[in-house]
Write a protein of this length. Structure first.
Length: 109
């Protein structure tokens, strides 16, 4: 069973991982933009005063293939790294290999 301290650590780890993924995502956009000769700048804003958002802007006109590369690179790169991490651990585990989370209903006699 998780205690309050465990839940706080899980929440903290989740926030750190999400922040790192967001930074990596926007960094990938900027890296590809710079490769096409643009000078990217990064920023953050609040949408509808409720939802935070990060962005990368270049003030540069890209061709359609360049725009597609800028748009798709983060998803492809982060997915490839995640897949490599799973494979490095020996592949994904089957749900059958995980412990049963339900308590045993057997009673001792």
């Amino acid at each position: 069973m998780f205690g309050p301290r465990d839940l706080l650590l899980i929440l903290l780890a989740t926030v750190v991982v999400i922040a790192a993924l967001l930074a990596a995502h926007e960094g990938q956009h900027g890296h590809v933009m710079a490769g096409f000769g643009a000078r990217p700048c990064f920023g953050a804003l609040m949408m509808a005063r409720l939802v935070p958002a990060l962005f990368t802007a270049a003030g540069h006109r890209f061709t359609r293939p360049q725009y597609v590369a800028v748009a798709l690179t983060p998803a492809m790169a982060i997915s490839a790294l995640g897949s490599a991490g799973v494979l490095a651990r020996g592949g994904a585990r089957s749900p059958r290999d995980l412990p049963d989370p339900t308590p045993s209903l057997e009673t001792s006699r």
